[in-house]
Ligand binder design. Structure first.
Ligand code: DGY
Length: 328
């Protein structure tokens, strides 16, 4: 008997090799326009798919899940984050949710490191000056930034990405400090020469650069609120490649404008794709369009993970990257 080819609906355009493989394996409906689905279109997709493949631009809440048909069994997210899906409600409705962890870690850490270097060293301002054609030549005090080597880097969230940032940062002479739900095993701490801070507040007061690498969960929403941001030195920098919701973006913006923080590198925003307009044009801020994991290789590997999750599930086994209640 031929194997069951599940009806898979993909909400956005995926890399060509991924779409080709999906066509071979599944009865797949692709979104060739790459236009974001409206809420109504998402509801209709949930009504006909056995497997939905959403991305982080699709918000699937309890009300939308209420419109899912009984045939919907799996939501195979193309992405590592799952904060855009009401996983609790999905699980209650016996819908399994999977994601694509691991394959984004190194690429994301590269971009966090790039901003850890770029913001204190004023790379954006230097590049803009050259592009403007107004550079008048070298001068002793021109575009002086803050030295990287010897500074204290605080990493908030020491999972795969946080550890990958730490490995890179050590190569640049940064001292590694971290706050995490759990302390790392002693051998990993020793390898990274990392100092654990049980108290986030205490760590924030002592570091020079903060790299945010924790997921957005109810517990981390606005973890960096105005009170905590005020604990940081006015010479400190904030780098966020995780989720905008972890920082109170308005409070951060106010402090950057008031000179109460030295600068920020932000790849993610609270209300993407909207960005607080008062962040635009600030010289000490580098804004990127949520592109930390955007490599061709990474995007293909994400697709391969989605395919393995669907295939394993369709073959009657537990998909490898299932989002479990303990992760919420
Ligand atoms: C994810 O997969 O959650 C990332 O944020 C994409 O860059």
């Amino acid at each position: 008997m031929p194997a069951h080819r599940p009806k898979v609906v993909v909400t956005r355009r995926l890399p060509e090799p991924v779409e080709t493989r999906m066509r071979e394996l599944f009865e797949v409906e692709l979104n060739e326009t790459d236009r974001r689905m409206t809420r109504e279109e998402l509801a209709a997709a949930l009504g006909r798919a056995e497997v939905l493949v959403p991305t982080l631009t699709d918000r699937i809440d309890a009300a939308l899940l209420g419109q899912a048909g009984p045939q919907l069994r799996l939501i195979a997210i193309y992405g590592a984050g799952f904060d855009h899906i009401d996983v609790q409600t999905a699980l209650r409705r016996n819908i399994i949710v999977t994601n694509t962890p691991g394959v984004l870690a190194e690429d994301t850490a590269d971009m966090a490191m790039a901003m850890i270097l770029a913001v204190p060293r004023r790379l954006r301002e230097g590049a803009n000056l050259m592009q403007s054609g107004e550079w008048e030549g070298w001068s002793p005090c021109g575009l002086t930034g803050s030295r990287i080597g010897g500074k204290r880097l605080g990493i908030l969230g020491m999972g795969r990405i946080g550890q990958a940032v730490a490995r890179r940062a050590r190569g640049f002479g940064l001292q590694i400090h971290y706050h995490n739900r759990r302390q790392l095993r002693p051998e990993i701490e020793a390898e990274l020469e990392a100092t654990y801070w049980e108290s986030l507040d205490q760590m924030l007061a002592r570091i020079d650069i903060l790299s945010i690498n924790c997921p957005h969960t109810p517990a981390t929403f606005h973890l960096l609120n105005a009170r905590r941001l005020k604990l940081m030195k006015p010479t400190a920098y904030v780098i966020n490649t995780s989720r905008g919701e972890v920082i109170d973006e308005n409070a951060l913006t106010r402090m950057l404008r008031a000179g109460e923080l030295a600068g920020a590198g932000l790849d993610v925003f609270e209300k993407e794709p909207a960005v607080n307009p008062r962040l635009l044009g600030l010289p000490n801020v580098m804004l990127l369009p949520h592109m930390s994991s955007a490599t061709v290789e990474g995007r293909i590997e994400m697709g391969e993970k989605v395919i393995i999750n669907i295939k394993t599930f369709a073959d009657g086994h537990r998909p490898p990257d299932q989002v479990l209640p303990s992760m919420l």
